[in-house]
Write a protein of this length. Structure first.
Lengths: 338, 325
């Protein structure tokens, strides 16, 4: 078995879904002839024809609204937004209609559609090519928000997203597109709503998702040398959120650090910290800390390594976990969430 | 339309008018929660179009959509109960006045975000085309929608893929309180844009149910033949204000008077009389309508309020509002 990239796993997931279910349709800007700017839809038009995988005009609100109508008409649309911030013109459709139509119609209209969004940074893009937009969607009831961190999950979670009767915002960490792993498709990993312990440990729980998971694992390796035995929990699906796995882990370890690339203020990390505090207060030996991007627009390429939470900043947080509940002074000086 | 069809259309329009009047009175008496956007005056657009459609065609409307819901099968009682946030409402109170939806008859929703449903109608039309079902999808929208991006995106999508879609603008001259002419670069806000998408566009008298019927029948036939979408601009006028208790003082008196003299019910009645339908036959329909609406008002008033638990339903496909699936 040869290793495959996350992009290839996603491509295979789309291919298998198109093969298994006639109702599945893939479309977006440049997804047909070109195969997508990240090659995720490579070869799908050749194989399934341009009724099943096709190019659209540049019109994000139109594309997502169109998908809503297709879903009402019995199809299972999978749309690609080219980059995170290019989904914002469609934000209105996503939060006001995609998320709400089931509720508004008492379940008579169901929208089994997937909005794939390459997201987050680490590729030297600027601003709108590197945004971490997960909190916007996770805040909206009615949207499932999924983000794989492993090649196997990329395949399995995308298949599950397409099969799911609810709308799914599927966030693909751009910098992991080229990560490789030996994965034998088709395969199924844990279902939606299950976080996974990627590394078991006793001393502290590091909660991460998407692009931050490899950082958490690298930090755990580095921390082992300093006498910390870290447990790493990968959320996988931000919505539905797995309180059970996170809570059980923190109750065991008594300490928790949450990592996210997005700016800290009002982010998913804040939600995790609040939930942990509500459920594990009496097991905690230290405040729950967040390691996040700063509260600034995504910085220029030469500065992005300062912005993205890296191993160093996770290790700094561990130091503070031990005995000091002041927030990271450097972080505060930069205007980050305390 | 045959005289019989026209008589039925007249009755449906009268039913809508009377229901809208009842909605207005109920609002003023504090029974209607939130807001309402009444379509009194716009009846001929909904009824004429609906009569030209197949029962399985798709319809999308705006928050000013009571007439479309009723034209596609919702009863006055279901609508009024929905406005009053009652458990017996069309969406069991979850939609309210602005979101009347009857999915079982292909009335796929009323949308309170201006323009939002136009791309949806294009997508529904795409689904019909791919399934080869022969259905068409119709989006009704206001003149105000012609200046938002979704309108233009949807027209282009429907045109470039020659989808069986109809875009019907109800031009009532105002977007809320602003004359559409003051904020639009072309005189006919919808029809004048058709050229940009290489599709037919026409301006019609939206207060003459037979004219609407003909125009929509033609456009639907084109669409079903595979010749793509049509943009119809139906000129009409609202009899009430924009919403709630708006007295619409911003409209010039002579304009109001001119349009009230061109009431869609009067136009239809004149056509019926010209076709030899006796006044007594029309009056009989009027009486029936009055009874239906009176009963609907009573039933809606007496209907139970929704249970508190309703708020915790239907966020997810399993019917719940909880995190886990
Ligand atoms: C995107 C959006 N912007 C603003 C509003 C507020 N609003 C509600 S109705 C309306 C006017 C729309 O006018 P028109 O499309 O002509 O419809 P009409 O009310 O005349 O039927 C406005 C501005 C809205 N609902 N949606
Ligand atoms: Mg208007």
């Amino acid at each position: 078995m040869a290793p495959i990239t996350m992009a290839q796993a996603l491509n295979t997931a789309l291919r298998d879904a198109l093969h298994d279910d006639d109702r599945v349709v893939v479309f977006g800007e440049d997804v047909g002839a070109l195969g997508g700017v990240f090659r995720v839809t490579d070869g799908l038009t050749d194989k399934f024809g341009d009724e099943r995988c096709f190019d659209t005009p540049l019109a994000e609100a139109g594309i997502v609204g169109f998908a809503v109508g297709m879903a009402m008409g019995g199809f299972r649309p999978v749309v690609e937004m080219q980059f995170d911030a290019f989904a914002y013109p469609a934000f209105e459709q996503i939060v006001s209609h995609v998320a709400k139509l089931r509720n508004r119609t008492r379940g008579r209209l169901s929208l089994p559609l997937v909005i794939r969004i390459p997201y987050a940074g680490g590729i030297g893009g600027v601003e709108h090519h590197c945004d971490s937009s997960e909190a916007y969607y996770a805040h909206t009831p009615g949207l499932k928000v999924v983000t794989p961190a492993t090649v196997a999950d990329a395949y399995s979670l995308l298949r599950e997203a397409i099969e799911d009767p609810d709308p799914v915002v599927f966030l693909e960490p751009k910098k992991l597109y080229w990560s490789k792993s030996d994965v034998d498709t088709p395969l199924r990993t844990e279902p939606f709503g299950r976080a996974v312990v990627r590394r078991a440990g006793r001393d502290a729980t590091v909660v991460a998702y998407g692009p931050a998971v490899p950082v958490a694992l690298a930090a755990a390796e580095a921390a082992a040398g300093e006498g910390w035995d870290l447990e790493v929990v990968d959320l996988r699906t931000i919505v539905p959120f797995d309180d059970e796995t996170v809570t059980a882990s923190v109750r065991r370890t008594g300490r928790c650090v949450v990592i996210q690339e997005a700016p800290g203020f009002a982010g998913v990390g804040a939600e995790v910290a609040a939930r942990v505090q509500e459920r594990c207060f009496h097991s905690l030996h230290a405040p729950v800390l967040r390691v996040s991007g700063f509260d600034v627009p995504y910085p220029p390429p030469m500065l992005e390594h300062h912005h993205l939470p890296g191993v160093d900043r996770v290790l700094d947080a561990l130091d503070r976990l031990q005995r000091d509940d002041e927030p990271d002074p450097r972080f505060l000086a930069l205007g980050g969430a305390a | 339309m045959t005289p019989d069809e026209l008589l039925d259309a007249y009755e449906e329009m009268a039913l809508i008018r009377r229901t809208e009047k009842a909605a207005h009175d109920l609002f003023m008496a504090g029974f209607v929660k939130g807001t309402t956007h009444l379509a009194a005056g716009h009846e001929a657009v909904a009824v004429g179009a609906s009569a030209a459609l197949r029962p399985d065609d798709y319809v999308f409307a705006t928050y000013r959509g009571h007439h479309h819901a009723m034209a596609r099968g919702a009863t006055p009682e279901e609508c009024l109960a929905e406005l009053m946030s009652k458990a017996t409402g069309l969406c069991q109170a979850k939609g309210g006045s602005m979101h009347l939806t009857k999915a079982s008859t292909g009335m796929l929703g009323s949308y309170a975000i201006v323009g939002a449903h136009l791309p949806m109608a294009a997508g529904a039309a795409w689904s019909a085309k791919l399934r080869g079902s022969g259905q068409v999808a119709v989006a009704f929208f206001g003149d105000g929608a012609t200046n938002i991006g979704a309108f233009h995106e949807a027209l282009n999508l429907a045109a470039v893929w020659r989808l069986p879609a109809l875009f019907v603008c109800e031009n009532n001259l105002y977007m809320e309180y602003t004359p559409i002419a003051d904020v639009t670069a072309v005189p006919n806000p919808a029809a004048d844009r058709a050229g940009g998408y290489n599709i037919p566009g026409e301006v019609i008298d939206g207060n003459d149910v037979t004219v609407v019927h003909e125009a929509v029948a033609r456009a639907a036939e084109r669409a079903r033949k595979g010749d793509g979408p049509t943009l119809i601009e139906a000129q009409t006028y609202r009899h009430f204000g924009h919403s709630r208790s708006d007295p619409a003082k911003y409209r010039p008196a002579e304009e109001v008077e001119r349009w009230l003299k061109h009431d869609p019910l009067d136009v239809a009645r004149a056509r019926l009389e010209a076709a030899g339908v006796p006044p007594e036959t029309i009056a009989e329909r009027d009486r029936r309508v009055a009874q239906v609406v009176e009963a609907a008002v009573a039933a809606a008033k007496n209907a139970p309020e929704p249970d508190r638990e309703l708020a915790f339903t239907d966020v997810w496909a399993d019917g719940s509002a909880t995190w886990r699936t």
